[in-house]
Design a protein around this ligand. Structure first.
Ligand code: PXP
Length: 254
């Protein structure tokens, strides 16, 4: 079945959490998150994505309010189903919220939302966001049934969790990497086709780099990508030369 997309070019949301991670490591005023957001905007991304975690390990409340005020592109707020964060989101009014599962001990978001288990709470929460004119995306496993349930609950979009596909493609799962990548690719494709057939927006995120994203883009099914870690990692390498030169200049000619 060929899905019926209504867009021409997929959107890129850049997750800048790890710019804040570097700042929080030392409690320094740099790197400035708004400067990072402006660079992202100028470079052609359509959205800034940030995750306001309950433990505030990187993004802080003030960051989210400042981004809402200052950026000229869409703001996507990733968040747990926590009453405290919901209250903040209602005040910030981002363009999108993306509801994710959150565990204190995890290094990053490890799986999709358990939409079945939380269906009642999710339904109520989605209605609350809609009253504030905030669109809602659910971060889910690439599973057709979960996509269908998300649609039933009134979500505007699903963001398909591509983490396992990406790890398989990056060969970080040992011998099973190729098999996992292949199986996950099919799950992503099937889930996306189902979502488009139902009329829910289909986004994707987690683990993408410039290589593994291409195969998914070629499917021509995904409307929006949210990508962070690989971009920030690449920025360190492409920016290091200039950063060292600036410091050399400061030392040689203060
Ligand atoms: N989408 C969601 C829902 C996420 O939780 C994350 C990680 O914060 C991303 C996208 C971005 O993932 P990555 O940093 O691996 O590109």
């Amino acid at each position: 079945m060929k899905a019926q997309q209504k867009w021409l070019i997929p959107r890129l949301g850049v997750n800048i959490d790890h710019v804040a991670t570097l700042r929080q490591l030392r409690g320094t005023p740099y790197p400035d998150l708004l400067t990072a957001a402006k660079i992202v905007e100028t470079a052609g991304a359509q959205q800034i994505t940030v995750h306001l975690r309950e433990d505030r390990r990187h993004i802080q409340d003030a960051d989210v309010f400042a981004l809402r005020k200052k950026i000229g592109i869409a703001l996507n707020l990733e968040m747990a189903m926590s009453p405290e964060i919901v209250k903040i989101a209602h005040k910030v009014r981002p363009d999108w919220v993306c509801l994710v599962p959150e565990k204190r001990q995890e290094v990053t978001t490890e799986g999709g939302l358990d939409v079945r288990k939380y269906r009642k709470q999710l339904g109520t929460m989605i209605q609350g966001f809609h009253k504030k004119k905030i669109k809602v995306s659910l971060f889910v496993e690439p599973d057709e049934k979960v996509v269908a349930l998300s649609h039933e609950l009134g979500a505007d979009a699903v963001e398909l969790h591509t983490g396992r596909y990406c790890m398989g493609m990056q060969k970080t799962l040992g011998k099973k990497s190729a098999a996992v990548a292949k199986a996950e690719f099919k799950r992503i494709k099937d889930a996306a086709v189902r979502g488009i057939g139902l009329g829910i927006h289909v986004h994707a995120g987690h683990g993408f780099d410039c290589e593994n994203v291409r195969k998914i883009v070629a499917l021509d099914l995904i409307e929006e990508y949210n990508i962070g870690h690989a971009i920030v990692c690449r920025a360190v390498l492409v920016g290091l030369d200039r950063a060292v030169r600036e410091m050399v200049a400061a030392i040689v000619a203060p």
